[in-house]
Write a protein that binds this ligand. Sequence first.
Ligand SMILES: N[C@@H](CCC(=O)N[C@@H](CSC=O)C(=O)NCC(=O)O)C(=O)O
Length: 293
Amino acid sequence: MLNVYVSLRFSASCALFLTDGLEPLQSAALGGLQASFNLFLPANASPTSKVPLLVYLAGLMCTEDNGAQKGGFFKDAASEGIAILFPDTSPRGAGIDGEDTDWDFGTGAGFYLDATSPKFAAHYNMHAHITKELPAVLAEAELPIDITRQSVFGHSMGGHGALTIYLAAPPGTYRSASAFAPIANPTACPWGQKAFTGYLAGGVDEGRAHYDATELISRVKEPVHILIDYGTGDNFYKQGQLLPENFLKAAREAGHDEVEIRVRSQADYDHSYFFISTFAPDHVHFHANFLKA
Ligand SMILES: N[C@@H](CCC(=O)N[C@@H](CSC=O)C(=O)NCC(=O)O)C(=O)O
């Protein structure tokens, strides 16, 4: 048996298609725009032996391809028998004024939220796309995936997405979360403040209520399963865009100990996919503990 790696597009009616040679299809959550994603299926997946799902969320300027091509996840996902879903990072081609002006806002920078600002609300709903729409697509496609066993991980903006999606979901929706160099306290850093001001009608205050991992962890009372790695040589860490210490401090103050949450500083590592792929096996095996329990 072979492991299968496929690129897929989907329609609002949830039909699945192979990418090559197919008509563009539409996402309801993204306002009818075409949406793409990649899916890794391990060789042991079959209708009688469905596999759990790990969702990978990429960072600023990325597409569904960065993690799939450079993350280094497949060997360990194959050995553990885990499928990996790679969504895109934003809607594409919404045609909103200013959407393509900056690399850290708009196209490629959806911040995994549901926009409430009138300008963006019709299209910038990556949270709903990932938490509701894509799971429904996979379920309706009758792929050999057990959608009741999901975990989520990501990098940088995608690490923010993974932590906030996990912490804001009803307990048990996702079994675990992990992040490489996440934007861990977005209301306190320039990237997050810019995103929340632009996408949310209530600005940074609305972001603080719904989309800030450091704020969310201080309010979560149930046990959690979280692993975070960041590099001390990461320029974005040095610039104060990531703030993992803020997340760790809030977590400990809320009573989440080192069994529940591990935040590891990796000496001299940068922000790149070389860093991600170095620690990729740790993250896949971490999630396997919960996805296969
Ligand atoms: N163009 C930017 C750098 C953009 C960048 O580094 N993006 C990161 C994610 S940053 C946080 O979300 C990334 O993953 N890039 C893709 C890759 O393959 O490395 C600049 O000029 O600084």
